[in-house]
Design a binder for this molecule. Sequence first.
Ligand SMILES: [Zn+2]
Length: 396
Amino acid sequence: MGETIRLGRIAGIAVGVNWSVLVIATLIALGLGVGSLPTMHPGHAEPTYLVAGVLAAALFLGSILAHELAHAVLARRRGVEVEGIVLWLLGGVAKFRSEARTPRDEIAIAAAGPLMSLVVAAVLGAGAGLAVVLLGTGLVVTVLGWLGVLNVLLALFNLIPAAPLDGGRILRGVLWARSGDPSTAAVSAARGGKAFGIALIALGLLLVAILVSLDGLWLMLLGWFIVTAAGAEEFHANLKGVRVGDVMSRAPVVAPDWIAVQELVDQYVLTQRCSTFPLRGFDGRITGLLPLTTIKRTPASQRTEQRARDIACPIERVATGHPDEDLTTLLERVRGTCGEGRALVFDDAGELVGIVSPRDVSHARELHALRQPQRGQQDATTDGRDPTGPRGAVTR
Ligand SMILES: [Zn+2]
């Protein structure tokens, strides 16, 4: 999930929020302020409940932030490059640009979040106790107590040994320490995550179908998120150590960018077994990338008038990489670019030496899996590490 608004820095860590955090904040504020609090403590003015609900939502987000900050601060202290923290619909994410160097670091960084949640729960519990003594039971005690319990649940849920949850990181650290192989450990933790996510979705479905409880929808959403994130982690772990040069298709067929689309179809598409054509200009430089699907989308009547470059992805909008670069790093950049998941590879001299397509990537994964025995952070309502981001943005 991307960042919508940058809030600033806390302890040197960039903190931002995604717009979707408003959904969870509103649900909490209304759930407490309009739903439970007036029922549990009748006799106050309506705005009082709403203010209490809004404060509870703010404190809830604050506790998630504390959880993520614990991950991020410890990560930075252990030499992991921290990109920042984002709060969103399902909690928080601490994004890392690099990974823990040792299993011990992995375990410590992962455990820091749930530990912080337990500390926050203890502080809230003490606050609730103090409020009972000073004010007697009432709104304040209920809100503090609710937040305390929620933080304990947050810690326990995130300790479930399923990546991308913190427990999955801890599991990965333990397996890594035992086998000495971080990638195999990551794949195992990610598979645990997938299984757990599927179980959550199934449970959510049951809740909706049998009890007609809408809470089931949250479980399904959370499960889907965990399955997706775990899948991305497994994907990255499977490609660990693979270089762009190892998987790219070499010496791609390059077409001139000034010829008509129909001419390109006749001379290149129908004679070459390629699904994408890099284009070059008069000066020999690569000017763009033209996928077959784009050609197909161009009406036949326009193919004689339009030139190849008119319908191609301009080179500025195409992902480019170097043969010696990590494949996963390049794939991070491919997301959101033009060219249907493809990237062009240039050598030090700026010459086009290859092209990486989704097919090359899946082929590489299969080969990688054959070559070695089967061998990433994210929390939920949690808090999480960014599924997409690793090895770029591991989230915790
Ligand atoms: Zn966490």
